[in-house]
Design a protein around this ligand. Sequence first.
Ligand SMILES: NC(=O)C1=CN([C@@H]2O[C@H](COP(=O)(O)OP(=O)(O)OC[C@H]3O[C@@H](n4cnc5c(N)ncnc54)[C@H](OP(=O)(O)O)[C@@H]3O)[C@@H](O)[C@H]2O)C=CC1
Ligand SMILES: O=CC(=O)O
Length: 326
Amino acid sequence: MSRKKVLVYRQLPPEQLERIRREHEVVEANPRLPEQRRAFFDALPEAQGMIGSSYPVDAAMLAQAPRLEVISSISVGVDKFELDALARRGIVLCHTPGVLTETVADLLFALILGTSRRLVELACHVRDGRWTESVGDDLFGWDVHGKTLGIVGYGRIGHALARRAALGFGMPVLYHTRRPVDSGLPEGAARAAALDELLARSDFVALVLPLTPQTQGLIGPREFALMKPGAILVNGARGPIVQEEALLRALDGGRLRAAGLDVFDVEPLPPDSPLRTHPKVLPLPHVGSATHETRLAMSVLAVDNLLAALGGGRPPAVYRLPPAAG
Ligand SMILES: NC(=O)C1=CN([C@@H]2O[C@H](COP(=O)(O)OP(=O)(O)OC[C@H]3O[C@@H](n4cnc5c(N)ncnc54)[C@H](OP(=O)(O)O)[C@@H]3O)[C@@H](O)[C@H]2O)C=CC1
Ligand SMILES: O=CC(=O)O
């Protein structure tokens, strides 16, 4: 088999990089690093495969890569890719579903617990030396068990989050998708709901759906107004699904008790973003899948995808658009 040209645009574990090198020529260049940007764009004209994540790939970039056959994204979300442009060129897009599901659900549940039990605030209370007597009700949290969790987007991660909530914490679950889907839980533990009903009835609203033209700005002033006073929002999906200005107003106006955010409109979060230091926000640096085990599993799957596609085989995880919702 002929050796092809592969552009690696995010750091891979050495043994995964080595797997690619054994079969193909590799250029490593991360376009986010100013010192490597030039090398990235210089490599595009010859690249037949690309592997990486978190960098926008649009029609203009693809025009510079006329030989490209496959892009292997080290992520499950594919919102960084101009999907129409890839389809027009017949470029195969692979991603990493499944291997990160449980890890991301763990983190979303950590945000539910962290916001409601005020874990960061209380840890700072101890660290700052303010724990001089038993805490009073100004620092009490709110129960999680028994509260209603609304999950917007009920795919792999949504199901995994619902299992934790319903089976571990006795939380009634409401979920919302465009197409009917089974709850995967014992009878009565969860039910599907329209978005407005879910927002109105949930104590916690967790977002776990892809960023698409339909979901951009999905949660705005109207949706916050529908939410229960004192509800908590957890965004583990993508920042632009929530209108940040409206989120700030909902936090400042008291509609929301707190927000646990792993994702933002602009990442990394700009230093002047009010969300960075907002007392009601538990902000995380997009770490849903960031454990040693899961990031390794994602790299392995992404390399499997790349090598299979370049070798003319069937990659284990090709991204396919879901059928249009009825
Ligand atoms: N914070 C982090 O680090 C991570 C974030 N993510 C994010 O989580 C997302 C979900 O991942 P995963 O569970 O594996 O994906 P899945 O494809 O398994 O699930 C996506 C769900 O969203 C639903 N959905 C899609 N569009 C809409 C819509 N317009 N309205 C309501 N529901 C919708 C889908 O159902 P239907 O199509 O029927 O509507 C499906 O239930 C990823 O796309 C990514 O953005 C993923 C991993 C890590
Ligand atoms: O946000 C992470 C992903 O895998 O998608």
